[in-house]
Design a protein around this ligand. Structure first.
Ligand code: UDP
Ligand code: MG
Length: 324
């Protein structure tokens, strides 16, 4: 059955929100709007709302967005009071998007808007989430490709959910998925994992990822590391289980050593000489135990920030949004 009949919108156009988190992308906004409009001009039965979430940009991004929002009714924005991070910009976008379907896309034109019709086609076939899977990644260092390759495979081994390999944030989500995501209010956020977690029918289409049109990546090594830790801790208890497993192994090992010492004393009547062994063993175990405490501490820290119940983001101003 075609999707319009399911949503009861046979005579109405489908509304598609193109959601764009923006952080210092002043030169990319205009070309992006042009390319998105070109795509939707060809889709007669789909109306578009282009929704920018300005994540506290310090360049002219907001001014550029405002300039277009004044002239085009289809362009809306919210602007944060400071930089909260990509995951929070995405969250705010999902909170205020009105579309029957939402397409999340980066502002830097690494994700080609031209594949949006193919994503919508998949949605009409009955899928609730359509991922864009990168087949080729241009303009990204070997180091970034390698670390992201390892990260996705490691995460899928550790996590209780299966996150599709080699996908970024470029994806279509329908209203069911967006409404489900709105209930997930964790502070340490990994939206890709949350989308996999909500379930429904998910599929993918492949595309060639382009290089950034202008500007630099906002993801430094540390930001990526923090995101990876959030992803692993947010979707897996395995690190905690490893702590217990290590405890069991060392307990068994120490019992074995104790037995050895007693036997030695009983049968040979000698004290074992081994100050160096004891000292290094003690220190290395102490180091390792501190590391394990650190793992537990990371979970506790996350519980603490969650319990503080601060808002996930603060909106400074907006345009074209129903209610804040
Ligand atoms: N972004 C954001 N807030 C941030 C960092 C990035 O909203 O703190 C936006 C950025 O403007 C872009 C998208 O998130 O639209 C992806 O960022 P980027 O292209 O730097 O990531 P990469 O493609 O290098 O992984
Ligand atoms: Mg990018």
């Amino acid at each position: 059955m075609p999707r319009q009949e399911i949503t009861g919108k046979t005579n109405k156009k489908i509304l598609c929100t193109v959601l764009i988190p923006v952080y210092n992308e002043q030169y990319n906004i205009e070309p992006l709007i042009t390319r998105v409009n070109e795509v939707f001009d060809k889709l007669a039965d789909v109306a578009v709302e282009i929704f920018f979430v300005d994540d506290g940009s310090t360049d002219a991004s907001l001014a550029v967005i405002k300039k277009f929002a004044v002239n085009y009714e289809s362009i809306k924005y919210i602007s944060f009071s400071r930089n909260f991070g990509h995951e929070f910009a995405t969250t705010a976008g999902l909170d205020f998007a009105r579309g029957d379907i939402v397409i999340l896309i980066d502002a830097d034109l690494q994700d080609p808007p031209e594949i949006i019709p193919a994503m919508i086609e998949k949605w009409r076939e009955g899928f609730n989430v359509v991922y864009a899977r990168r087949s080729v990644r241009h303009g990204e260092s070997l180091y970034k490709k390698l670390t992201s390759w390892i990260f996705y495979r490691l995460l899928n081994k550790l996590a209780e959910i299966k996150i599709p390999l080699d996908t970024g944030d470029f994806r279509l989500m329908d209203r069911n998925v967006v409404d489900s995501l709105k209930h997930c209010r964790e502070r340490n956020r990994f939206v890709r994992g949350m989308v996999a977690w909500v379930g429904f029918n998910q599929t993918d289409i492949t595309y060639d990822r382009a290089a950034r049109l202008s500007g630099e990546t906002k993801y430094s090594f540390w930001k990526l590391l923090v995101l990876s830790i959030d992803a692993i801790l947010g979707f897996s208890h395995l690190p905690l289980h490893l702590v217990s497993i290590f405890g069991i192994i060392t307990t068994v090992f120490s019992l074995f050593i104790a037995l050895l010492v007693v036997m030695h004393k009983l049968f040979f009547g000698l004290q074992i000489q081994g100050y160096a062994l004891v000292a290094t063993g003690l220190f290395s175990f102490f180091g390792f135990i501190t590391f394990l405490l650190g793992i537990i501490g990371m979970y506790i820290g996350r519980m603490y920030t969650q319990l503080q119940m601060r808002p996930l983001y603060i909106v400074k101003e907006s345009h074209g949004i129903d209610q804040l």
